[in-house]
Design a protein around this ligand. Structure first.
Ligand SMILES: O=P(O)(O)OC[C@H]1O[C@@H](O)[C@H](O)[C@@H]1O
Length: 294
């Protein structure tokens, strides 16, 4: 029997894509909040003796974490043989060390809370910066899907004469791979983070790329300030308005509005459901799921 596929984050398009490509059977659950914000979760499919897969990007981690744990443990109590998690966006990966004395290393602690509930994990380009192996945080069967081939295909078909730009050294791992696959030139800029919402970006001499279309590549758009600052500097250097490609469109606070106001076209993958989704990851995710699902 096909494993059942539950979707907790409302990404129904991705659920349908995965069900078709990874031979999973869509299943239903209900999630709501009580007036005091406690979570109510109900499984509406028969899971007895079945393997279950839960699709849930963790872009709103604090509000999704409790329902996700409730659902996964409930699936076991109701007789599910196994529970795998497909979290295309994995949260709490950026605070992977104590930058200031006394800070919580949330990447490690969040993983320690989540891992005991899952049998296997599939995610997309987790923000592995100082920790290079996801298995260090999640010591269980897991696959990391890389969105680079899908981003490169989109660029090759949509942008004439692209110049790929990584806003900071962290982004080099993504931009260099996308550039290789798209057979396009790339540059990496220097960024200094001044706070949660403040960044400063410096641009090297990009005179010779004037005739190219700048394509910013990053793993995450959160507040959008990294992209906004980068675009501002590119504009001052006489470049055309950039297209911004990111794997994960978190779009925290007013990010979407501010990017639009700055004339930046944001394009994202469907790791998180959003109006900017133009890059479908279901095929790449389906391969990874088929390797792990029983
Ligand atoms: O500037 P915002 O959008 O808030 O944050 C996203 C950036 O912060 C970094 O960790 C990510 O790799 C990305 O460059």
């Amino acid at each position: 029997m096909k494993p059942l596929l539950f979707c907790l984050d409302g990404n129904l398009a991705l659920q349908a894509g995965l069900a078709a490509r990874a031979r999973l059977q869509p299943a239903a659950c209900q999630l709501r909040q009580f007036p005091d914000e406690e979570s109510y979760v109900r499984v509406l499919s028969d899971v007895q003796g079945r393997d279950s897969v839960v699709l849930c990007s963790l872009h709103r981690p604090n509000s999704l974490f409790i329902p996700l744990c409730f659902l996964m443990e409930n699936l076991r109590e109701l007789g599910s043989r196994s529970v795998g998690l497909v979290a295309p966006y994995l949260a709490y990966m950026r605070q992977d060390q104590r930058f200031h004395p006394g800070e919580v290393i949330s990447a490690r602690l969040f993983a320690a809370l989540l891992a005991p509930h899952i049998d296997w994990l599939v995610t997309v380009d987790p923000h592995l910066h100082r920790i290079h192996d996801l298995g260090t945080l999640y010591p269980l069967p897991q696959r990391v899907v890389h969105a680079a081939p899908a981003l490169a295909t989109w660029i090759a078909s949509e942008i004439a004469r692209p110049l790929l730009i990584g806003p900071d050294s962290e982004s080099e791992q993504w931009v260099s791979e996308v550039a290789r696959l798209a057979k396009a030139p790339f540059v990496v800029l220097q960024k200094v983070r001044l706070g949660d919402r403040q960044v400063a970006v410096s641009v090297p001499d990009i005179e010779r790329w004037r005739e190219h279309t700048p394509v910013l590549i990053d793993d995450i758009i959160s507040t959008g300030h990294t992209l906004l600052k980068t675009a501002e500097h590119l504009q001052q250097s006489g470049m055309r308005p950039p297209v911004a490609l990111a794997v994960h469109g978190v779009f925290a606070e007013h990010a979407q509005r501010e990017l639009q106001a700055a004339g930046i076209q944001a394009i994202t993958s469907n790791s998180i459901s959003h109006a900017s989704n133009a890059i479908d990851l279901s095929e790449l995710l389906a391969h990874a799921i088929e390797e792990l699902a029983p």
